[in-house]
Write a protein that binds this ligand. Structure first.
Ligand code: C5P
Length: 319
C-alpha cells in the first residue's frame, strides 16, 4: 500500500519492493543476459514535455521489413505485410485503449469505457469472453511475445484469440540488435511460426517488432531513472503503450499503474498469484510505470479509482 501511494506520486524505489523481488532484480543485473551496455546519459528530472519530446525524437516504431540481412536473403520483403504498421490507419486513431492483463482489473466495470475507444490493444493470451463487463470485448491489436507463438499450450495457429486482429510479435534480441545473431539464437524461435502464419493468412496484418525499437525504449527508461534498471527488455505493456502513442491522438491505459484494486493476482484470467507480475522481476516494470506516471495528463482520481493513465499521442506533441 505504501509503495502504491509512492507509485501514484511518482517517487517509488526498488528498495521498497519485497526482498524476494529485490534479489531477483540483482540476479538479472549480474547475469546481463542480453549484453546491455548503457551508453546514454542520465537525465533525471525532466518535465513531462521534455520527456514527451525525448520519446518523440528518439523512439521510432519499427518492424522487420525484410530489407536487412538475414531476412533480405530469406525473401522476407515479400513475406511481411505490404502496408507497414505505421500506415495501417491513414486517417489516424483519435483515442485508444491499452488494456493490461493485471488481476486488478477484475470488478472494475471498465468494459464499456474501454470499448468506446477507436482502437483497443490487448496482450498475449488475455481473453475477453467471460470478462466483458470489466475488460470489454473489442480487440483491434494484440501484442504477443515469442512464447505465445512457440509454446503449444497457446494454440497460436488455431485459437480465435489471434484471429481478426492486428498481431504484433516480439522477442528479446541481443542489445546490439544484431539481426544475424538474433536469427540464429532467438529467445524463443518465433520466426518459423511467423513465416507459417504469414503464408496461411496473408491478409492478416502481422508484424515482428525490430529489436532497435525495443532497446530504444529501454534506453529511454534507463536514461530517466536514477536507479540501475534490469538489463532486460521492457514489458509488452510498455512496448504497447509506446506503440499506441505513435498511432493515436490520445491513449488511455488501464491497470498498468495499479488502482486501489491492486492485487497479487497476476492475470485477471487465471488463478496465479505473484507480485512480480505487477512490480517486475525480469522486466524493469517498476521503472516503466514510474515513467508512465510522470507522463499522465489524466485526473489523479481516475488513476486511483480506475487505474487509468491518459497519455498524449506523440504526433501532436510540439517540441
Ligand atoms: O503478463 P503479460 O505480459 O501477458 O501482461 C501484459 C502486460 O500487462 C505486461 O507486459 C505488463 O506490462 C502488464 N501487467 C501489469 N501487471 C500485471 C500483469 C500484467 O502491469 N499484474
Amino acid at each position: 500500500r505504501a509503495l502504491l501511494r509512492r507509485l501514484w506520486k511518482g517517487d517509488a524505489s526498488a528498495r521498497m519492493l519485497h526482498p524476494r523481488l529485490q534479489k531477483a532484480m540483482g540476479a538479472y543485473l549480474r547475469a546481463n543476459k542480453h549484453g546491455v551496455r548503457f551508453r546514454g546519459r542520465r537525465a533525471a528530472g525532466r518535465s513531462r514535455t521534455e520527456l514527451l519530446c525525448a520519446l518523440r525524437g528518439r523512439v521510432q516504431v519499427r518492424t522487420l521489413d525484410g530489407t536487412e540481412p538475414p531476412f533480405s536473403a530469406l525473401g522476407w520483403r515479400a513475406l511481411v505485410p505490404p502496408v507497414p504498421l505505421s500506415r495501417l490507419f491513414p486517417r489516424g486513431l483519435r483515442t485508444c485503449a491499452v488494456v493490461t492483463s493485471a488481476g486488478a482489473i477484475l470488478n472494475s466495470s471498465l468494459g464499456e469505457e474501454i470499448d468506446s475507444h477507436d482502437a483497443v490493444l490487448r496482450f498475449n493470451s488475455a481473453p475477453t469472453r467471460g470478462y466483458e463487463k470489466d475488460v470489454g470485448n473489442k480487440t483491434t491489436l494484440r501484442i504477443i511475445n515469442s512464447q505465445i507463438l512457440t509454446n503449444p499450450s497457446y494454440h497460436f495457429m488455431d485459437s480465435a484469440l489471434y484471429k481478426d486482429v492486428i498481431l504484433v510479435a516480439w522477442d528479446p534480441a541481443p542489445y546490439s540488435a544484431n539481426l544475424n545473431l538474433w536469427y540464429k539464437k532467438p529467445d524463443y524461435n518465433l520466426f518459423t511460426p511467423y513465416v507459417q502464419r504469414r503464408q496461411r493468412n496473408p491478409n492478416q496484418p502481422f508484424y515482428i517488432l525490430h529489436p532497435k525499437f525495443i532497446w530504444q525504449l529501454w534506453d529511454i527508461i534507463q536514461e530517466n531513472t536514477k536507479e540501475k534498471i534490469q538489463p532486460n527488455p521492457p514489458s509488452s505493456g510498455f512496448i504497447g503503450i509506446l506503440l499506441m502513442m505513435n498511432l493515436c491522438g490520445e491513449v488511455h491505459v488501464y491497470e498498468y499503474v495499479p488502482s486501489v484494486r491492486q492485487t497479487d493476482l497476476c492475470h485477471y484470467h487465471e488463478p496465479y498469484h505473484d507480485a512480480a507480475c505487477t512490480l517486475g522481476a525480469y522486466h524493469p516494470l517498476l521503472y516503466e510505470k514510474l515513467l508512465v506516471q510522470r507522463l499522465n495528463v489524466g485526473a489523479q482520481g481516475d488513476l486511483h479509482r480506475k487505474g487509468k493513465v491518459v497519455l498524449p499521442g506523440l504526433q501532436a506533441v510540439r517540441c
